[in-house]
Design a protein around this ligand. Structure first.
Ligand code: ATP
Ligand code: NAG
Ligand code: NAG
Ligand code: NAG
Ligand code: NAG
Ligand code: NAG
Length: 309
């Protein structure tokens, strides 16, 4: 079996409230559903990698607060190990309140960062990096210097190690991460912020500022995603399920599925299609548990398409 993948970033607590229409200010209403979920982009991607059958580890800061048991149990339930995470005393996890209005499917997110320190290079330096098959970083503008140092540490110690980064938010400093990784995931938001209007345009544009051989991947919600390497760009339409149930974490699922394809040495065009298929299946169910069941059917589908070509 492959060595574990390592996802480095944030874990937080989401309180997800489902409402029929968006609430009116200064009113009181009953809602159909409320759930506590473990969130954070890297935390979600580590979950999906484990569900796809990889050994998966998450690295991020934890705190000894009342939510720690919930976070631990949820990682464990999804088969993600967290042994190397530093635990800070007397802090609180970042928390988001997510309001999902089911009428038009909008997600309104209120995020509070709380006081838990972010991961720094000291925590990372202690790892035995030879233990991993792939290292993925959540590109956080609030922790950019540490992330750059962590990437530098990997490059210095292990030339062969594959590194991916996710660039989500519209923050100019995140540009600095583009030339550092082997696979770069850029969001639609960041592409827009950088002046691109289509996913293909974005991939072409970002390829120009990455090192030769870098794979740039850009997901574009219900339109699908595009990817490219060395000047070749391909787009792939989305694969929606019969009924959309839960789109939270679709992007994290997509990223994890693409990483899975690369750890297994598939070509990136096939990886792009696989990632869209797995993300499409994910939004047809609630949460991530059990999405591994789609892996073999999707692989079989891609194989039969390849034979027909
Ligand atoms: N409404 C949708 N219909 C079909 N596929 C979708 C839809 N939304 C997302 N996807 C699939 O998920 C992939 C990732 O989408 P994207 O990153 O744009 O999602 P997102 O809305 O940002 O997700 P997140 O909840 O993580 O914010 C897309 O490339 C697509 O394959
Ligand atoms: C959501 O639906 C309501 C009711 O149809 C509408 O008034 C509102 O503008 C919609 N909001 C968004 C963001 O689409
Ligand atoms: C690396 O892997 C070896 C063998 O699986 C294990 O014994 C060791 O504890 C691991 N080291 C770290 C730092 O994870
Ligand atoms: C994580 O993903 C969500 C949804 O795609 C996005 O809104 C958010 O900005 C991301 N966070 C970071 C730190 O990139
Ligand atoms: C892309 O370019 C890099 C660097 O020039 C090269 O090593 C790699 O083999 C190329 N990859 C493909 C798929 O052409
Ligand atoms: C991560 O997944 C959880 C559970 O599905 C979800 O509540 C959360 O919004 C996702 N986080 C991001 C950043 O997408």
């Amino acid at each position: 079996m492959k060595k574990p993948t390592l996802c480095v970033g944030l874990v937080c607590v989401d309180v997800v409230a489902e409402t029929e229409g968006f609430p009116v200010e200064d009113t009181d209403q009953r809602i159909p559903d409320l759930s506590y979920r473990r969130g954070g982009n890297a935390s979600n991607s580590s979950t999906v990698l484990a569900q796809l059958g990889m050994k998966s580890e998450f690295l991020g800061t934890l705190t000894n607060s009342m939510q720690l048991d919930f976070i631990r149990e949820d990682f464990s339930k999804h088969c993600v190990t967290i042994e190397q995470c530093p635990i800070f005393p007397d802090c609180e996890f970042s928390t988001s309140i997510v309001i999902i209005s089911t009428i038009n499917g909008t997600q309104t997110i209120l995020h509070h960062p709380k006081n838990l320190p972010e991961l720094d290079i000291q925590h990372f330096s202690n790892l035995d990096l030879t233990n991993y098959s792939w290292i993925h970083f959540e590109g956080r503008s609030t922790n950019i210097d540490n992330i750059k140092q962590m990437i530098r540490t990997v490059r210095e110690r292990l030339e062969y190690m594959k590194i991916s980064v996710e660039i989500e938010k519209a923050r100019p400093v995140l540009d600095e991460l583009l030339p550092l990784a082997d696979v770069v995931f850029v969001s639609k938001e960041y592409a827009y912020f950088s002046g691109f209007r289509t996913m293909k345009e974005a991939v072409e544009g970002f390829l120009d500022v990455t090192k030769p051989g870098t794979i740039v991947v850009c997901a574009w919600g219900s339109e699908g995603a595009a990817a490219g390497q060395n000047g070749t760009v391909v787009s792939q339409s989305a694969c929606p399920p019969v009924q959309i149930v839960d789109t939270l974490g679709a992007g994290d699922t997509f990223n994890a599925a693409f990483i899975y394809s690369q750890v297994n040495l598939w070509d990136w065009e096939k990886g792009l299609e696989f990632a869209c298929q797995i993300a499409g299946n994910k939004i047809g169910q609630k949460g991530f548990l059990g999405i591994g069941r789609f892996k073999h059917p999707v692989e079989a589908l891609l194989k039969s398409q390849q034979q027909r070509r």
